[in-house]
Design a protein around this ligand. Sequence first.
Ligand SMILES: [Zn+2]
Length: 514
Amino acid sequence: MKSIFVVFFVYLFLTFNVLAQQSLSPEAIFAIKREAFSHSQIESLAFYLTDLAGPRLAGSKLAERAEILVKERLDEMGFSNVRIEFAAEFAQGGWDNFKTYAAMTAPYYANFAALPKAWTGSTNGMVAGEVILLNINTEADFERYRGTLADKIVLLPDFSRYVMQFTPLASRYTDEQLQELAIDPRSQPSSARNRPSLTFSFFGWRLPQPISDFLAEEKPAVIISSGGEFNVPETTSVSHKYGQSEPIAELVLPIEEHGRMSRLMFNNVTVEMEVEIKNEFYDNMVINNVIAEIPGTDSRLRNETVLIGAHWDSWHGGTGAADNAAGCIVMIEAMRIIKATGIQPRRTIRLALWGGEELGLLGSRGYLQNNLYDTNTRTPKTGYQQFALYLNMDNGSGKFRGIYLEENDMAFPFFREWIKPLETLSFGVLSPRKTDRTDHVTFDRIGLPAFQFIQDELEYMRSYHTVMDTYERLIISDLRYNAAIVAALALSAAMDNDKIPPKPLLEGVPAKRR
Ligand SMILES: [Zn+2]
């Protein structure tokens, strides 16, 4: 009796393991490759989501326009439940730039590439006159300027020094670098741990409070600071709540143009400028996500969701091509590929184009709060149990070389199986590393399986958050490849008998393989 029971149990165990973590059939892989590489719509999507959609700063009228445009495109593509969905309140409200002009007019004329800081105010038409360099180092320095700055053009000093770079502009991972990414950082000395592959440098320099209080009292016409290099102004913002008085107009000049004027002034040459900025504030107080689905067909699994996504908002300079129309293009194309194969996914595959990522992952956090997990009461909602996977893309236009599995050991057996038929595409490295600063973090934080890819960096950091981030930064062939990978992985997750479990809490850790 006992032995029969054991045999029966072993049989069950084996069956379960054989059924779980299945890779796609060769026919499915063939269909995905045919759609991705012979019928690609990446190029047309790239035009539509960058040149046509334009900049998409959270809350702006342009972002609202872009939401409608992308929803129309998703409707045309025949997906189900296409909708613009409320994610979160947005006290900052909307802001759009309608005019920016900045030039030096003395000692000679030079026009400048310049960009206003988001959520700063307008100048009163064209302002012209001498530029005042505000060099405040001590408390006493305030007195030198007090009562002299009203309606003036004020230039803040810049303490950054340009350092010439001898590294190539764009790069791809070497095999050696990829091998290193496959090693578990938890086994390494702590300095090497948790270091994401991309080195993000955030500027967003905010004025020390006494100086910004002083300037708010003095009311200059415009405040000019520096950010960005190669004559490309960087995009930054100030924090503001809709309904508060408009912040003073602020302009960002690249370090070269800012530096030229500063050096002239430090050498006692009078510098004059003309500046005109026109911005509008707007009572759009919500962040939305754009959602589309391919419904699941298995009566047992169709309420479970394989989520794929990317953030749709951008900064106001450029058209947010590499950050992050690229991610949206790939995810939409992956949905198209899956639909075109005609394979009926067992689980529902849901596309989410997140709003407000650049201002703190607002769209994905709103989705989590509304569907998956109440962060106030720390209680999972129905969607938590139904969450099968999230795949995110937000590191530029570069080719996928593998995936970061966020120290989620439970995910490895699944991905090992799912990537088997992708061998001829040379995908890829399963890295145990954790990465941060984009929307997968929203889900990973509460233990849900949410991942992003190892991507060739290309020239991402050069154009990152600048007016240079336009269509030209996209590599169509890399995006085409990425869409094939997302389609295959999302479909694998949608067809698998099992789903990746959430990261276990300390209690209740199963000792055997599930
Ligand atoms: Zn981004």
